[in-house]
Design a protein. Structure first.
Length: 314
């Protein structure tokens, strides 16, 4: 399943937008739910990082998807009936599914070899890619201020990735994996925005989760490991955590406006830093933190401009 978050994780991917039935004036509660949701997502990513040390990525994705699919179907039936699972645009849905599959493998191989906070920070390049690609694929106009923010943001990405070090080090190229994940995530978001005109959230989630699950299944001949009861329960728990994060993040929109909530999504870098230090003793380097600050600031400026332009148009 795909939580609503701008982080690099495929478990933190932008789900189809949800419009609340009503919004109360409880911004503090909305912010709290957002902070809690991002904490759960990042903790879930930390679990997957730990599992990746001895569990094949494909096997982990297959098992987690197997637990998630029944939940998606049950949720769809309870909230809108089987008709909410109907799919009309199969080609676009499968394209989105393929992008999510690619992003999933990019992410999980990234966290297998890199600190969690580094992967999350580099993943913040995703919205920059989305803004840069929107004029070409969605016909959206991007003014010079947002283009400037995109360029500054990519300068921050270069600071984090350090291309020269990545190319000269034997395993330095691994740092490019989360960047590739951010790029595929941006294309996925563009496809999602086109799909949402006709497709349902439940149908989209089901197709995407099915694609990820099948991609894991085809890795079985490469060698899976025997799972004991504890590992099965842990993988099931990751699906429950993901569902809980979905619920918190979606519910947040019932208590606060999207414009207020959006900046707090970036707090998952803090959670990633905390979990990375507690579980693995990882501490982000100075250049990584400087680059992350630049990228987050660029994203916040783009968000500010888009929010302001939307208010002017309305």
């Amino acid at each position: 399943m795909e939580p609503v978050s701008p982080a690099s994780s495929p478990t933190a991917q932008s789900a189809p937008p949800v419009r609340p039935v009503s919004v109360s004036t409880a911004p503090g509660k909305g912010i709290g739910l957002t902070v809690g949701g991002t904490a759960i997502i990042t903790f879930n990513d930390a679990i997957m990082k730990w599992l990746s040390a001895f569990l094949p990525v494909g096997e982990a994705l297959f098992m987690r998807g197997g637990f998630a699919i029944p939940f998606i179907c049950l949720l769809a039936v309870l909230t809108g009936g089987r008709r909410t699972l109907r799919v009309g645009r199969w080609k676009a849905q499968l394209l989105r599914g393929a992008l999510v599959v690619a992003g999933s493998y990019f992410f999980f191989y990234s966290v297998k070899y890199l600190p969690l906070a580094d992967v999350v920070a580099i993943g913040f390049a995703g919205p920059l890619f989305t803004t840069a690609l929107a004029p070409f694929f969605l016909g959206e106009r991007v003014g010079w201020r947002r283009w400037a923010a995109v360029l500054i943001g990519f300068a921050g990405v270069l600071l984090m990735v350090r291309p020269q070090a990545a190319m000269t080090s034997e395993f330095g190229w691994i740092v490019l994996l989360p960047l590739c994940g951010a790029c595929t995530g941006a294309i996925r978001d563009i496809v999602t925005r086109k799909l949402m005109a006709t497709e349902t959230t439940s149908g989209t989630l089901l197709v995407t989760t099915g694609c990820v699950t099948l991609s894991g299944l085809v890795t079985w001949p490469l060698g899976w490991v025997a799972l004991d009861t504890h590992l099965v329960l842990l993988l099931a728990a990751t699906s429950v955590l993901l569902a809980s994060a979905h619920f918190l993040l979606i519910t947040a929109y019932r208590f606060a406006e999207a414009a207020l909530i959006a900046p707090f999504r970036f707090i998952n870098l803090l959670w990633a830093t905390i979990f990375g230090y507690l579980f693995w003793g990882d501490v982000p380097g100075t250049t990584m933190l400087m680059g992350a600050v630049i990228v987050i600031a660029s994203n916040l400026f783009i968000w500010y401009r888009e929010t302001r332009l939307a208010r002017v148009k309305s």
